[in-house]
Design a protein around this ligand. Structure first.
Ligand code: 5GP
Length: 188
């Protein structure tokens, strides 16, 4: 998607060998109108597939997921990284080990927000090693719901996320695919 590629080229900052900082429009400050355009494009890509809910992982996936859900006209559900003390209801959980952030967490979803008739689209900001997305896939499958696909704003194609998902039969849509960072410059 050219709109996103241009924004990354103009405002993204490459950190080290493999991290793209996009705090100015995705991860810290959000360009809301721009995010809405991304959500609309995401919804158009997946529309007509009988999607009943959009799932995301807190917190950076929430903004794109909200707008995707708006244009698909379905609810959006946030998978929690920590079981809230207020979650007195029954939950589905799966452990996610994040090599990117060097931590692990229990991805948690209250059982009342998923059923075996749901067909779910997973939306996140980045696809890197695919740990977060495969965690979401495991959680959804535990609940015997089905998965329409994974949609991300930015895929780092030099990392194995897509391969991990596609090898499980999950289709992936990325609005920008980064081939590599050469001398601190993004190449699509
Ligand atoms: P995973 O390795 O599980 O695919 O990525 C997990 C999460 O790490 C993503 O949802 C995203 O929040 C974060 N992440 C991974 N790579 C990058 C990156 O290059 N830049 C930023 N800003 N976040 C990243």
């Amino acid at each position: 998607m050219k709109l996103l590629e241009d924004k990354i080229l103009n405002e993204g900052i490459v950190l080290g060998q493999d991290i793209l900082k996009v705090d100015g429009f995705i991860n810290h400050q959000i360009d809301v109108s721009f995010m809405e355009e991304l959500g609309k494009d995401m919804a158009e890509y997946f529309q007509g597939q009988g999607i009943t809910k959009v799932f995301t992982i807190e917190s950076s996936g929430i903004a794109p997921a909200v707008f995707t859900a708006k244009y698909l006209n379905v609810p959006m559900v946030i998978l929690k990284k920590q079981a809230s003390k207020n979650l007195k209801t029954q939950v589905w959980q799966t452990e996610v080990v994040s090599y990117t952030k060097d931590l692990s967490y229990e991805l948690t979803l209250a059982k009342e927000y998923i059923s075996d008739t749901d067909h779910i689209l997973i939306v996140d900001d980045f696809l890197a090693n695919g740990e977060a997305a495969t965690g979401a896939v495991r959680l959804i499958r535990k609940a015997h719901a089905t998965i329409a696909g994974v949609g991300v704003l930015i895929e780092k194609s030099f990392q194995p996320g897509r391969e991990k998902l596609e090898s499980q039969g999950i289709s992936v849509y990325a609005q920008a695919q980064i081939r590599d960072f050469e001398n601190g410059k993004v190449r699509f």
